[in-house]
Design a binder for this molecule. Structure first.
Ligand SMILES: NC(=O)c1ccc[n+]([C@@H]2O[C@H](COP(=O)([O-])OP(=O)(O)OC[C@H]3O[C@@H](n4cnc5c(N)ncnc54)[C@H](OP(=O)(O)O)[C@@H]3O)[C@@H](O)[C@H]2O)c1
Length: 285
């Protein structure tokens, strides 16, 4: 597996396995299948409600902890104790317990909402104490990312953002590169929206390489040095999505894929007031 080197020297596998929207009672089997297929990098979140099942699969696999790269995410803290830093530490402890781990490889702020400056201060401590080898953010637009960087000590190692052929984030990626933040794609297949898996341009490139559209999309992201965490509950697709290191897209194919960019989200906008309010009101504990 190829790695990227994060801004603090931590090595992160460029390809991992995401578990969003896998029902809790199916997650353990899916993660066990993914680990058996060869995935060593897992991406979950407190808000997915399946950290315990991910932890059970890790335990059942018997794979040495230092061979795994485990990410989870902090949901928006609503300050029940009146202190978001304390709440962040408590939420972190709960995630570790649910996962059955004594440290994380990467801990992310899930949303750029609420008092994420206090959350970040707590995460900086968590990082310094070695409880999370790297810390980062998710869904941060460049202005929010730069503001967080400019007013804190630790530069986020990662920003996990919607990135796929219809929303390519090249400008965001450039800014992140300048600031030392690794881009990580969520929704690499746009969850199949816009008929991604039958897109004519992607299908033609896939046919030219004897690969699937999914493999071309993952390869295109990896060649752009974007970390990918595709989700599937089907073992044959898990294997297919890992099998993307034996071919290379040409510059011309990369340029053709670049023409698919719409420059907009296919899901929702983190700057839409209605969405900000909806996400901000969501409680998970
Ligand atoms: N930070 C955030 O806010 C955020 C938001 C969304 C997602 N994420 C993370 O990113 C991960 C990936 O994103 P996602 O799960 O939203 O969507 P995705 O990976 O873009 O798409 C998953 C969909 O593609 C299908 N699929 C997978 N491999 C395929 C293949 N080889 N051929 C055809 N279909 C295939 C899956 O179906 P089957 O399962 O039936 O195979 C599923 O319907 C998540 O699991 C999560 O870890 C983070």
């Amino acid at each position: 597996m190829n790695n990227v080197t994060l801004n603090n020297g931590v090595q992160m596998p460029i390809l991992g396995f995401g578990v969003f929207q896998i029902p809790d009672d199916e997650t353990q089997a899916a993660v066990e299948a993914a680990l058996a297929a060869g995935y060593r990098h897992l991406d979950t979140a407190a808000s997915y409600g399946n950290e315990e099942a991910v932890g059970a699969a890790i335990k059942a696999s018997g794979i040495a902890r230092d061979e795994l790269f485990i990410t989870t995410k902090l949901w928006i803290q609503h300050a029940p104790t009146g202190n978001v830093q304390d709440d962040t530490r408590r939420a972190f402890g709960k995630s570790l317990d649910r996962l059955g781990l004594d440290y994380l490889d990467l801990y992310l702020i899930h949303q750029p909402l609420g008092d994420y400056y206090s959350e970040w201060r707590a995460m900086q401590e968590i990082n310094k104490e070695g409880l999370a080898r790297a810390i980062g953010v998710s869904n941060f637009h460049p202005d929010r990312l730069v503001d967080l960087i400019d007013h804190n000590k630790i530069v986020p190692a990662v920003n996990q953002i919607e990135t796929h052929p219809f929303h390519q984030r090249a400008t965001d990626q450039e800014l992140m590169r300048e600031r030392g933040v690794q881009i990580e794609s969520w929704g690499p297949f746009a969850e199949g929206k816009n008929n991604l898996f039958t897109d004519p341009l992607l299908s033609a490139i896939a046919e030219a390489h004897g690969k699937s559209v999914a493999q071309v999309v993952l390869r295109w992201l990896i060649q752009r040095e974007v970390v990918v965490i595709p989700k599937s509950v089907r073992p044959e697709r898990m294997a297919q999505n890992l099998d993307v290191f034996d071919f290379e897209l040409t510059d011309e194919q990369m340029s053709r894929i670049a023409t698919l960019d719409t420059g907009a989200s296919l899901f929702f906008d983190h700057r839409d007031p209605a969405m900000v309010s909806w996400l901000g009101g969501r409680r998970i504990d």
